[in-house]
Ligand binder design. Structure first.
Ligand SMILES: Nc1ncnc2c1ncn2[C@@H]1O[C@H](COP(=O)(O)OP(=O)(O)OP(=O)(O)O)[C@@H](O)[C@H]1O
Length: 260
């Protein structure tokens, strides 16, 4: 039995995953796992299949082949295991709703009626989440009046409302300023002490400072391992050195590593 204890628990295990849109493969033959408590960064060019991979983990797109296990089980609806911060929230920024109400919506469970009444615990939990992500002072503000960074923090709070063991984030720093970006990364580092994190990002600077493992996706998995970006690897993902500079990749990230 001691052997069992020495096996690291896996939050996510993906075997030979392929997803097609119509006849076109978005990702093919992806094998990937994430330890419980791990912090995986996923990078890759536009259209490389990063969002599709997150959606497949959530069961939002059908698999053409392969298996996905979340904490050892096939994902069957969100039972609080996984929180998701989507790339496009689907929220209309001009909709008259407050920050607090959006986070409270994260407490909604499937099958509730429109007349559902939130409990006092739901309300209190929402206040705690707003505090936790640093936007308690914005609770009553209309979402139209939030900055990009504040909006992302609100989406993270909403994702945390299910009390997830694993948090998936799709480019949460895409449209935020440098200071909010640092705050979001600090928040993710703190959250990672309590939950597994899978972060899709174009921000290669975050890779060296934040994540513990790295996956590079360009239709198929190009690399999975230590978060070290060799010049060859990044070139093969993003193209020319000019593109690297456009992505703001510091030279110090370009450590040589052995590719198998
Ligand atoms: N609903 C869809 N219907 C058809 N094709 C789609 C759909 N969603 C994504 N695709 C295609 O699948 C491929 C992978 O898209 P995906 O959004 O997963 O990539 P990504 O790596 O997240 O890209 P980005 O960095 O631009 O967000 C792209 O070629 C995209 O055009």
């Amino acid at each position: 039995m001691s052997g069992l204890n020495s096996v690291t628990k896996k939050a996510v295990q993906i075997e030979n995953l392929s997803v097609y849109y119509g006849q076109t493969p978005a990702i093919a033959g992806v094998c990937l796992d994430v330890d419980d408590g791990g912090y995986l960064g996923i990078i890759g060019p536009n259209g490389g299949g990063k969002s599709t991979l997150l959606k497949a983990i959530l069961g939002l797109v059908p698999k053409a082949s392969g298996t996905i296990q979340i904490y050892g089980q096939a994902f069957r609806g969100n039972k609080g295991l996984v929180g998701y911060v989507p790339q496009f929230s689907g929220l209309n920024r001009s909709f008259p709703i407050t920050t607090r109400e959006v986070v409270l919506m994260g407490k909604l469970k499937p099958g509730l009626t429109p007349l559902h009444k939130f409990t006092g615990a739901d309300q209190e939990g929402t206040e705690e989440l707003l505090e936790r992500v640093g936007i308690y002072h914005l609770a009553s503000r209309q979402i139209a009046a939030l900055s990009g960074g504040e909006f992302q923090k609100m989406l993270i709070a909403r994702a945390l409302a299910v009390n997830p063991r694993c948090l998936l984030l799709d480019e949460p720093t895409a449209s935020v300023d440098a200071s909010s970006r640092d705050q979001i990364y600090d928040l993710l580092a703190e959250l990672n002490t309590q939950m597994t994190i899978i972060l899709v990002t174009h921000d290669l600077r975050a890779i060296s400072s934040q994540v513990r493992t790295l996956a590079c996706l360009n239709g198929h998995l190009v690399y999975h391992g230590e978060p070290e970006l060799s010049e060859r690897l990044v070139n093969s993902l993003y193209g020319s050195p000019v593109d690297l500079i456009a992505h703001g990749v510091p030279r110090r990230l370009m450590k040589e590593h052995k590719e198998g």
